[in-house]
Design a protein around this ligand. Sequence first.
Ligand SMILES: NC(=O)c1ccc[n+]([C@@H]2O[C@H](COP(=O)([O-])OP(=O)(O)OC[C@H]3O[C@@H](n4cnc5c(N)ncnc54)[C@H](OP(=O)(O)O)[C@@H]3O)[C@@H](O)[C@H]2O)c1
Length: 239
Amino acid sequence: MPTYIVTGANRGLGLEFVRQIAKDTSNTIIATARSSSTDLADVKKVASKTTHFLTCDTGSLDSIKSFVSEVKSQFSGSKIDYLINNAGINTVPEQTALSIYPSDLDEQIRVNVIGPAKTTQFLLEANLLSDSVRIVNMSSGLGSMAVSLSITPRKCATYSISKAALCALSVQQSGEVREKLKGAIVVAMDPGWVKTRMGGEGAVLEPEESIGGMLKCVHGVEEGSNGKFFTYTGEEVPW
Ligand SMILES: NC(=O)c1ccc[n+]([C@@H]2O[C@H](COP(=O)([O-])OP(=O)(O)OC[C@H]3O[C@@H](n4cnc5c(N)ncnc54)[C@H](OP(=O)(O)O)[C@@H]3O)[C@@H](O)[C@H]2O)c1
């Protein structure tokens, strides 16, 4: 029965992933949160008996390494079938291309790009990913240069740059991961504009619709999907 890792599972889209995946009690879920003091009350309400909670600060290499060691010791013998690199930040949406603070861009890159890169790398090196693992890197419409070009004025410069880098990482991983795991598929995804703390007031989609669509897409990916970028509706997004 499949095993899922969902990062940033305490709230927002991560929590909704857990809620929907937990409906099938044959699924094992490893749900992660930034720290041992993170409030897990909401996600525990929707979790199944086969949901396990671990700490992983995706902005810290030490924390990602400890998390992978913990997965190895607690789940030895099972492999991860779905890795959902969901945790992400958009802390300075007001910054434009003409007002980027280097430390803020560093932080978005550390959490939004290096986090998914190292989570994937360390799990693979620990031999914890299944040969046909599905890896979902949670990007954004703003990670598409074609979409950004169509938005005037441009939006969320540091976030957009980090999510475009995450798309590029997905393309790189789709080659490198498959060198090691012959049936692996790596995709970047755009969940749409969803009502979460990050999505904010104007968001149009309910988490249920976004994540329902994403899971349908992820469960339906095939050989030719490797290295592509999809919306929650399963349509391909132009880079
Ligand atoms: N909502 C949207 O409209 C939208 C649109 C496009 C893309 N996305 C992407 O979808 C993903 C989820 O977004 P969301 O709307 O659910 O955002 P959210 O409501 O702000 O939730 C973000 C989640 O990521 C976690 N997180 C952030 N930094 C972390 C770190 N360093 N270590 C571990 N966990 C960390 C948060 O944990 P804490 O509670 O500890 O902060 C929280 O669980 C993100 O990657 C986001 O960029 C969202």
